[in-house]
Design a protein around this ligand. Sequence first.
Ligand SMILES: NC(=O)c1ccc[n+]([C@@H]2O[C@H](COP(=O)([O-])OP(=O)(O)OC[C@H]3O[C@@H](n4cnc5c(N)ncnc54)[C@H](O)[C@@H]3O)[C@@H](O)[C@H]2O)c1
Length: 341
Amino acid sequence: MTRIAVAGAGLIGMRHLAALRVAGIGIHSVIDPDPGAAGIAAEHGVPHFETLAAGLAAGPDGLILATPNALHRKGALAAIAAGVPVLVEKPIATSLEDAAAIVEAGEAAGVPVLTGHHRRHLPVMQVARERILSGAIGMPVAAHAMFWIAKPDGYFDTPWRREKGAGPLLMNAIHDLDMLRFLLGEVETVRAVATNRVRGHAMEDAAAAVLTFANGALGTLQCSDAVVAPWSHECTAHDNPAYPPTDENALWIGGTLGSLALPRGTLWHDGGRRDWWAPLETTRLLRDIEDPLVAQVRNLEAVIRGDAEPVCSGREGMLSLAVLEAVKRACETDCVVRLSE
Ligand SMILES: NC(=O)c1ccc[n+]([C@@H]2O[C@H](COP(=O)([O-])OP(=O)(O)OC[C@H]3O[C@@H](n4cnc5c(N)ncnc54)[C@H](O)[C@@H]3O)[C@@H](O)[C@H]2O)c1
């Protein structure tokens, strides 16, 4: 049986442990210096290690690195050096330089690196991508992604969540940017603005960006963790029971023959008439049935066995981070940022 270690038994690490259980994949150990982690390991009946070095020395088949962002580079490089395939939580790193170090080390050593952009594992997103590629919405023209949600004050009690870089762009909107890349391909230019006027923390609490894609489509991103609203992937995808479910959407892709509202998975079209007076019809792509975190650990296991390619590789995580960094640079400089730079 494949046995995967989980480093970082915090908010998302706990969900990875649960996903491994649901997927029937072995949990090798829990690695976390927090005193409470020993109890979590005991609940799962597996060893607890306080350091990554000790956990890796015990020989897991794979590692899920769910530690704070700033520790991703060090942890991923340690896993690669030990020859252990690693799924690094998003963002893959806090800088492109760190991301490149991870990706290049993994590729040089032949050790698989995956990024935890779990939304790619949602069946509805995979079908949406297939439909776009097969021409169901015609030529993609426009896209809009929304992340509007209200993080409670207690969320910011954890010091690293108040620090520069840990704002909703890097923590949350990177998922939306990754989804836009997944569905529409590479981004060419970015314009953006950000503000911190609600909380006054070191990082933004609202941002807006305009993206152009290599395929010619135009995209917009709205991101705020200080707005009470139903339009976020978190509330609309129903893939994380922690968030109140709404039946809204958070991502729209528009084309010359139709448009998609996601994650509900509604395809709007007018039967090819392209007439604003023609009645619009809707088709439901499909209902999601699998928790994307479970699908993600299944993919990790298949990659470890050599039976599959990563659905979201380290390199893909790095490319999404590049778009995120471009958004941040556009906010700082008030200039158009070209990804080719
Ligand atoms: N995919 C998603 O939707 C999603 C959701 C939440 C968080 N995340 C990402 O997961 C990571 C963790 O976020 P979180 O919200 O769970 O954080 P958290 O603060 O709740 O948990 C982090 C855990 O890491 C532990 N830790 C600290 N140093 C460690 C070390 N050296 N070795 C092992 N463990 C160590 C901490 O004790 C803590 O238990 C971040 O990168 C975050 O961006 C992803």
